[in-house]
Design a protein around this ligand. Structure first.
Ligand SMILES: Cc1cc2nc3c(=O)[nH]c(=O)nc-3n(C[C@H](O)[C@H](O)[C@H](O)COP(=O)(O)OP(=O)(O)OC[C@H]3O[C@@H](n4cnc5c(N)ncnc54)[C@H](O)[C@@H]3O)c2cc1C
Length: 416
């Protein structure tokens, strides 16, 4: 069923009796050509592109919970491509371009809103770094713009510009960055993949791998064994836990990241804003709530619930930048389990086990990567070669010491 304005009018006039479920609820078959583990944004996008762009069939996505219950429905919805390093910037710019056409491609309103992102600058060294970053972005076909304090004052008059400790001295803007309604992305990909015959099987946890003579033959699940030609792990924060069942130890640690939403306010925040002197970022949802976040809780865990010290830390940073935020009441907070790689960059690669593939290490920035990650993982699964924009996302970079150290923090995930 195609969604359109005409369809909405027709259904309104006929008592809304014509709407169909957005996806089926199939029973698992005994085997598939491709089994993707995890129905988050990346798993669903992979299944969709595998079917739609690579013409593959007999695809299943196995999900231990429900569609959108993981980080794809827990993030703060920011999309952007303001990266510096060669391994990253082409990939994230490719992703942003895919976001720009996504709603038409999926025939689904994902509320893609290119309201712009602004990274604030507070000292000279930061200005130099952001000029360099902006130039790298432009060289890779992205957009970037340095803003003066006066320009920022016009767009964000309520910031604490003259804070003695963190004065604002400029900013790097990417006007094509913005937000996308996170769970609509999961629903849009699920609906589109389902319509191409992909079986999305919820409440079907993968509990182990059947590996014979170095080749993965399928997965053990809560609903029995399911055979597979190729098995693709795509479970974000559960990556190290799941791959341990195949005796793999990953360069990934999991931690919890919290998100915050204030009560609804009149429009005040025109775009996405990031503080350059603390970890705090903020945008405003279409319902009016300020959506913000900051540092992860700094300990390893698979829990999806964080603690008070991180909440205090994020709120303090918010108050330093936007003092008025202290007048808004917090409505909701939640946590998501994020897969922190050792250099802060992701992995999309084959493993040493035949037929077993891996996608993960997205840290707290993988939502913006969803379309490109799905496309690149589908390319790898279909062709056994890396997609041209994901060439750097291989396991062997950790063995070779050839890190993609975007944050310049070295191998310390809790410092990224
Ligand atoms: C609070 C927060 C804010 C964030 N903000 C942003 C942001 O603004 N911008 C941005 O780009 N990124 C952001 N991120 C990061 C982003 O959400 C993640 O990197 C991305 O969503 C991970 O990919 P995914 O959508 O596939 O993960 P998920 O949605 O977590 O999908 C993984 C799925 O695997 C399933 N699974 C796990 N184990 C198994 C198993 N054994 N068997 C079957 N299924 C299994 C899980 O149930 C889950 O549904 C944020 C994350 C958090 C937590």
């Amino acid at each position: 069923m195609r969604y359109s304005g005409l369809r909405v009018i027709k259904e309104a006039l006929t008592g809304h009796r014509g709407w169909k479920p957005a996806w089926r609820n199939p029973e698992p078959q005994k085997d598939y050509d491709f089994v993707i583990i995890g129905a988050g944004g990346h798993g669903l996008a992979t299944a969709y592109y595998l079917a739609r762009h690579y013409g593959k069939k007999r695809i299943a996505v196995l999900e231990k919970g429900w569609i959108g219950g993981g980080n794809v429905g827990r993030n703060t919805t920011i999309v952007r491509s303001n990266y510096l390093l060669d391994g990253n910037e082409p990939f994230y710019e490719y992703s942003l371009k895919l976001w720009e056409g996504l709603e038409q491609e999926l025939n689904y309103n994902a509320m893609v809103s290119q309201r712009g992102i602004l990274n604030l600058i507070h000292n000279d060294a930061q200005r130099d770094a952001f000029i360099r970053r902006g130039n790298a972005m432009i060289l890779n076909g992205a957009d970037a713009e340095m803003l003066s304090v006066d320009q920022i004052r016009r767009e964000y008059p309520f910031l604490n510009f003259d804070n003695a400790r963190f004065p604002i001295t400029g900013g790097l803007a990417q006007r094509r960055g913005g937000t996308v309604r996170h769970d609509a992305v999961a629903w849009g990909y699920a609906r589109a993949a389902d319509s191409l015959g992909v079986d999305i099987i919820q409440n079907c946890e993968v509990t182990g791998f059947r590996i014979e003579n170095g080749t993965c033959k399928g997965v053990e699940t809560a609903r029995g064994f399911i055979g597979a030609g190729k098995v693709a792990s795509c479970v974000a924060g559960s990556s190290s836990h799941l791959m341990a069942k195949a005796n793999m130890r990953l360069p990934i640690e999991s931690t919890v990241l919290q998100a915050f939403v204030s009560e609804g306010l009149k429009p005040v925040m025109p775009g996405v804003l990031t503080f350059g002197a603390g970890h705090f970022y903020c945008s405003q949802s279409d319902k009016g709530g300020l959506v913000f976040g900051g540092d992860p809780d700094r300990y390893n865990t698979y829990a999806q619930r964080g603690n008070l010290p991180a909440i205090e830390d994020v709120c303090e940073s918010g108050m330093a930048l936007v003092p008025a935020i202290g007048r808004a009441r917090l409505l909701r907070i939640w946590g998501g389990n994020v897969d922190m790689s050792m250099d802060g960059s992701p992995i999309i690669d084959r493993t040493d086990i035949g037929g077993l593939y891996f996608n993960g290490g997205w840290c707290y920035g993988g939502f913006k990567a969803t379309p490109a990650s799905g496309m690149c993982y589908a390319h790898l699964l279909a062709t056994d070669t890396p997609h041209e924009v994901a060439q750097a996302y291989r396991f062997d970079r950790f063995r070779r010491g050839n890190m993609i150290d975007e944050k310049g923090m070295g191998p310390q995930p809790n410092a990224h």
